[in-house]
Design a binder for this molecule. Structure first.
Ligand SMILES: *Cc1c(COP(=O)(O)O)cnc(C)c1O
Length: 348
């Protein structure tokens, strides 16, 4: 095989969903955020596995992303859209039966005029200043909106992954003030909020990264493994350079393996001269710059040349790799490109 393998453990995704679900009380529904093609792991197979396990509500970022989810889970599960009802979305929302989370009075007007009677939800801004209706805007239209029967009202935490951050309690208070006394299901928490405790759970949670094995859900089962085949090896003398910009110079006689994945495959370029790959359980350093399609690895200390090296797997999860590249697990996963041969394990 000439490109890397990305192995996705659907059983682990289901186990992570169940573990997050078990953290909230029985009346709290646990949905699943499957935007960005389920963080690159495949929205269709991931949604299907979760629906089979009992997940009834899915969240995507853009209406287009709802198509793969709807196709794989059938008509019954609900599919909410974080970006709401944008211009040009009407046919998709109508045909696929998506539920936009309306972010502004403008979206509200568009939705009610274009698809009267079609279900919708509302996103409120409780302080993150990214998406959703601001308190003033919301209070101006609240009574009108309630008459139309919103299915869900959500907001999103800016600092949920820092449990001690005062912003969490501030946003909780603001969300409560904006929704006090309403008979509409509420949702405030992504993965981080689930871990903050029951006050943050309301009627529905919507974890993403925790399902896919990432922090802040430290106990998550790992989901993604990436193995990259060796194209060629060569032996260097002390003082010889490797790769673009001569960014690494051999300090000893060195055996280099050139392997078939690069930044086009989501190996973040900032990991240049600073990544680790594994041959079985033996670590090997990524040396030189990350190229578009290749990485160069110091395999001098291995007994023999492996046919492939792992960059994600049992010895190194998405957060360990993220640390080497100065990013977060979300970006490691969503950056994984289309060139990998994706294989699914543990399909229920
Ligand atoms: C992406 C997203 C989520 C899921 O976040 P994770 O950190 O991956 O759990 C939930 N809600 C909103 C509004 C989002 O944009």
């Amino acid at each position: 095989m000439s490109t890397g393998h990305l192995t996705i453990d659907l059983g682990a995704i289901v186990a992570n969903w169940r573990a997050l679900d078990a953290m909230s009380a029985g009346h709290v529904e646990t949905g699943a955020t499957v935007k960005a093609n389920a963080y690159s792991l495949g929205a269709a197979p991931v949604s299907r596995a979760l629906a089979k396990a009992g997940c009834r509500t899915f969240f995507v970022a853009a209406a287009e992303e709802g198509a793969a989810v709807r196709q794989s889970v059938g008509d019954k599960p609900r599919v909410f859209v974080y970006s709401g009802h944008m211009a040009g979305d009407t046919d998709m929302i109508g045909d696929l039966g998506l539920i936009p989370l309306l972010n502004s009075i403008e979206q509200m007007t568009r939705h009610i005029e274009a698809l009267p009677g079609h279900p919708f939800g509302i996103q409120l801004d409780s302080g993150m200043n990214r998406l959703g209706m601001e308190p003033e805007e919301w209070f101006a239209v609240r009574d009108l909106v309630l008459k139309q029967g919103p299915k869900l009202i959500i907001s999103h935490l800016a600092c949920g992954d820092e449990p001690a951050h005062p912003m969490n309690a501030q946003q909780l208070d603001q969300f409560r003030a904006m929704t006090d006394g309403l008979q509409v299901p509420l949702s405030l928490s992504a993965t981080a909020g689930v871990l903050l405790g029951p006050e943050y759970h309301f009627a529905m949670t919507r974890p993403g990264i925790g399902l896919y094995g990432g922090l802040p859900f430290a106990e998550a089962s790992p989901v993604a493994a990436v193995s990259i085949p060796v194209i060629q090896t060569r032996d260097l003398e002390e003082g010889e350079p490797v790769g673009y910009g001569n960014a690494w110079i051999a300090e000893r006689p060195t055996r280099i393996a050139t392997i078939a994945a690069g930044y086009a495959d989501g190996i973040i370029r900032a990991a240049s001269n600073n990544g680790t790959l594994f041959a079985g359980c033996k670590p090997c350093k990524l040396v030189g710059r990350v190229s578009m399609d290749m990485l160069t690895i110091d395999i001098t200390d291995l007994d023999r040349t492996p046919s492939a090296l792992e960059i994600l797997g049992p010895d190194q999860g998405i957060d360990a790799l993220a640390e080497q590249a100065g990013t977060i697990g979300h970006e490691i996963l969503t950056a994984l490109g289309n060139r990998y041969q994706r294989r699914y394990r543990g399909a229920p």
